[in-house]
Design a protein around this ligand. Structure first.
Ligand code: DQA
Length: 145
């Protein structure tokens, strides 16, 4: 079972970027945690981050046949990118949308997600733990007969 984790723009600065909102865990630490949990659960976890919309779309397309599922934090593109939404719909694999912060409790422009309607599910507001919840949920879903 292979699950790919895709991080959108500015998440490379995790740990130093608005730590009061996004926490102090770095992206490298988060990815290491997910890979360790994946090992425990029997899933091969690969991680990718880009600040570029097209690179995120290319990653989803290029890995749609090798990954069984994706965890995606579209970051700022959540609220703006029709193209990323179309890519999520196109891959025909379950994609869980994850946000570190509770977007519904923040600025109005963050309340709408273009991704939500095409995602298999959505987890937000639990910091880096949300990615672990998403990983457990996907492993359960993929293991179900
Ligand atoms: C975010 C929420 C987005 O609104 C924001 O643009 C981000 C991070 C989150 O993980 O809470 O970059 O996706």
């Amino acid at each position: 079972m292979r699950i790919d984790v895709v991080h959108g723009p500015n998440l490379n600065l995790l740990g130093e970027r608005e730590p009061e909102v996004y926490g102090r865990t770095t992206l490298a630490e988060l990815d290491a945690r997910l890979q360790a949990l994946g090992k425990e659960l029997g899933a091969d976890v690969r991680c990718f981050q880009s600040n570029h919309e097209g690179a995120l779309i290319d990653y989803l397309q290029d890995h749609r046949t090798v990954a069984d599922a994706f965890i995606l934090n579209p970051a700022g593109y959540t609220h703006t990118s029709v193209a990323l939404r179309d890519a999520v719909a196109a891959v025909q694999k379950p994609v869980v949308e994850v946000h570190l912060s509770n977007t519904q409790a923040r600025e109005t422009f963050r309340k709408s997600s273009l991704i939500a309607a095409v995602a298999a599910g959505r987890i937000e507001g639990f910091g880096v733990g949300g990615y672990e919840l998403a990983l457990r949920a996907l492993v359960d879903r993929l293991a179900a007969p």
